[in-house]
Design a protein around this ligand. Structure first.
Ligand code: CTP
Length: 394
């Protein structure tokens, strides 16, 4: 029976953690509960001990077995750490790596999936520091079960009510099932923009941030894959467990990706590769001269199409496409033109989605049809996409 640690922090909603513990047990998990000091003022450890048949801890020095360290034992054996309800204080402590109680020390020692179900006053949920903590935790791969809208315990209206128990259970099942669907696979990603030099100080480029590539790298690692990212210049960092090859131009991206393609099982072209580069790179700095100026451009190679032609038999090669809301015809055409088995289509006509944004929506187009994700964070979307691609890989 897989173990779970259920961390309960001090929101009025912590009475609902008892129901959550029972539902998780019904799904076949053995649940160990850990209370923060504030939660222990709302609910008694005895309640959870009676429900789960396991010791319930809150003090890091309180050892149920002499000579052992429960925070390490619990962290090593858990298939997931679920924090529900997660208060603003606990989210910030988790985001900043504090280890000042049992729950946060377990979290520091824990390497598996973290599921967070925030519950708090809507203003606290909207507070910049709470949003930053959640962004940071999401970036590190946490599953966040968003709180519901409605009237919260203090009587105010807004988003802050603990999500429903079935929603939290579904996230836990997803997080724990997800661990191994790419185990033993090598995932090769191209990511970010390319920069095509005009002279020594100027280049042609685009607004790609690399966020989707970073989210896919994180999700693939969580699913057990070995990950190589060939990335153009981006400000963000990729997960430290990924092998990252930094390049600038499309030609460099192609060369670097080609040196990894023979081992790759799944190849995803997330990069926004410049289709053209200046025919000549001017030495030094071009000076202003006439009122108009023409720049000669030549076509870059198509990186993902070249990789698709060199991939090993059985490998799955996937392109991304930015389509301005004109239907999926061009995406089906790209399947053939690029020789890829799937195209993940971004509708760039919708405000707040796609390049630079934190949210996105994709339609995955394959020979056998299309499936749409709906709008979600890039982290969730990365998992959504990789689950489907892992299914295609077989
Ligand atoms: N791509 C590539 N090398 C290029 C151009 C694009 O690898 N020189 C890849 C991108 O990484 C992405 C997909 O091809 O996976 C995008 O295809 P593209 O034909 O550029 O489509 P759009 O960006 O949607 O734009 P358009 O059809 O307008 O060219």
């Amino acid at each position: 029976m897989p173990d779970l640690v259920l961390g309960v922090s001090g929101s009025v909603a912590c009475y609902r953690a008892a129901d959550l513990a029972r539902e998780l047990m019904r799904e076949g998990f053995s649940v160990r509960v850990c209370l923060t000091d504030s939660a222990a003022r709302f609910v008694s450890p005895a309640l959870f001990e009676a429900l789960t048949g396991q010791p319930c801890l809150s003090d890091v020095f309180e050892e149920p077995e002499r000579g052992r360290m429960a925070h390490i034992d619990w962290a090593r054996s858990a298939a997931a750490l679920v924090v529900a309800p997660a208060t603003a204080n606990t989210l910030s402590r988790l985001a900043h790596g504090l280890g000042d109680d049992m729950l946060t020390t377990i979290a520091l020692a824990f390497e598996g999936p973290l599921v967070l179900a925030p519950a708090m006053n809507p203003a606290m949920y909207d507070h910049e520091t709470t949003r930053e903590a959640l962004d940071r935790l999401t970036e590190r791969g946490a599953w966040v079960v968003e709180p519901a809208e409605g009237e919260v315990a203090c009587g105010e209206q807004g988003q802050g009510k603990l999500a429903s128990i079935p929603e939290i259970v579904a996230a836990v099942l997803e997080a724990t099932a997800h661990g191994s669907s790419l185990a033993g696979r090598h995932v090769l990603l191209t990511s970010g923009p390319t920069q095509e030099p005009i002279d020594d100080v100027r280049f042609l480029s685009n607004r790609s941030s690399g966020k989707m590539g970073a989210a896919l790298a994180r999700a693939a690692l969580q699913m057990g894959a070995r990950v190589t990212v060939v990335s153009g210049p981006v400000a963000l960092g990729y997960p430290p467990q990924a092998e990252v090859v930094r390049v600038r131009t499309a030609l460099e991206m192609l060369e670097a990706a080609l040196s990894h393609v023979a081992q790759a099982d799944l190849i995803v072209g997330v990069a926004a590769v410049a289709d053209y580069r200046p025919a000549q790179r001017a030495p030094g700095k071009l000076r202003r001269q006439a009122d108009t100026m023409a720049l000669d451009l030549v076509a870059n190679p198509d990186v993902i199409a070249t990789l698709a032609g060199r991939a090993k038999p059985g490998a799955l090669c996937v392109a991304f496409a930015a389509e301005p809301g004109e239907g999926l015809g061009p995406a089906y055409a790209k399947l053939k033109a690029k020789g890829v088995r799937a195209v993940a289509v971004n509708d760039v006509s919708q405000p707040g989605l796609g390049m630079e944004a934190d949210e996105n929506a994709l339609t995955l187009v394959t020979e056998s049809g299309e499936v749409a994700s709906g709008r979600m964070s890039k982290s969730r979307l990365a998992r959504w996409l990789l689950e489907r691609l892992a299914g295609e890989l077989g």
